[in-house]
Write a protein that binds this ligand. Sequence first.
Ligand code: GRF
Length: 213
Amino acid sequence: MMNSLVILVSGRGSNLQALIDARLPVRAITIISNRPGAPALDVAKRNGLETRVIDQRSYPDRKAFDAALMETVSAYAPDLVVLAGFMHLLEENFVQCYAGRLMNVHPSLLPAFPGLHPHRRALLEGVKIHGCTVHFVTPRMDHGPIIVQAAVAVMPDDTEDSLAVRVLREEHRIYPQAVRWFMEGRLRLSDNHVSVTHAVPDDTALYSPGFCK
Ligand code: GRF
């Protein structure tokens, strides 16, 4: 069983809830927020998890904040650091330190639509298939070796909100799955490519690699 998982949050916390619901095999989970009022902190507390706040506004710049964050995170000696709606671009030092054990979920089929408002931009571009991606983190925003993606069809009457709801449902499915694969030692990272050992392809073609229960 893995010892320590650190989850970084800034906002609502629905992915955090999905990760908690997955009952992952880990001894300790710590939630760290860069925003004191983040609803995700309440999600954590309701579930009896330890929370820490490192208020980004009280640091003069990104470097100082990242240094404080790194110090706090490293105190937990995490096997894996998971970004769940963490609205801050981590600087290179942090990313290098946790290379290959730092994950993010983004609500688009990367490399399309990194950054803000991916659903709005997907609708503006008229894409027919949209979705979400779990990936290892690099210093570039919403970029890095892709672990798993799930797609949803875009409907003619979709709005930003309706699309977001369907994509979020998939995020809640694939993020715990990716973390579980990591914990089971099933992710292989080489040359920017991730493979999942023993993944079985299934017949929902809009999901890759295969979803194993
Ligand atoms: C999710 O859509 C995630 O993909 C993106 O930010 C959103 C966070 O939502 N990075 P929540 O806080 O997990 O509800």
